[in-house]
Design a protein around this ligand. Structure first.
Ligand code: ATP
Length: 133
């Protein structure tokens, strides 16, 4: 399987740069796998698990929450709002965030905006917990 250059960054800086065999991300329209030779493409990222498969076929998983992915002239660039490698995820923090969000949603009495914020917090916590499993 051929490799291609991948750069992963967040507003905090560059997290990864190197040649990989495949990157899989959740986009706003569904799961996307990029491999060498993919046509030029640009999409918004959703919230979900991401996987990178390296030249030696090892794999790393991450929580990827929002941003953009582009494949241009053979180079893939991921600029994520949040990208947390599996080993960097704090499970207790994610569990606490999940509990807080679930409790707030169950209590009710939220404005539409507060409800959306809590749903998004719950979604982020569930993604982190699922990557950490
Ligand atoms: P919390 O309520 O725990 O802050 P959150 O979903 O509101 O959760 P975010 O706003 O998505 O948090 O993230 C704020 C910063 O904290 C980001 O830099 C993110 O990478 C980091 N972060 C949030 N939760 C975790 C976690 N469980 N493990 C590691 N880093 C986390």
């Amino acid at each position: 399987m051929n490799t291609f250059p991948l750069r992963i960054g967040t507003p905090d800086g560059l997290l990864f740069e190197g040649n990989v065999k495949r990157v899989v991300c959740r986009t706003i329209t569904g799961e996307l796998a990029i491999m060498a030779g993919h046509c030029n493409f640009c999409t918004a990222l959703g919230m979900g698990e991401a996987h990178v498969i390296f030249e030696d076929f090892s794999m790393r998983s991450a929580a990827c929450i929002g941003g953009m992915l582009s494949m241009m002239d053979g180079t893939c660039r991921v600029l994520a709002t949040t990208w947390e490698w599996q080993e960097d995820i704090d499970r207790d923090r994610a569990s606490a965030a999940r509990r807080r969000a679930e409790e707030a949603l169950a209590r009710g009495g939220l404005t539409d905006r507060e409800h959306k914020i809590m749903e998004a917090k719950l979604h982020r916590a569930l993604v982190r917990l699922s990557v950490k499993e």
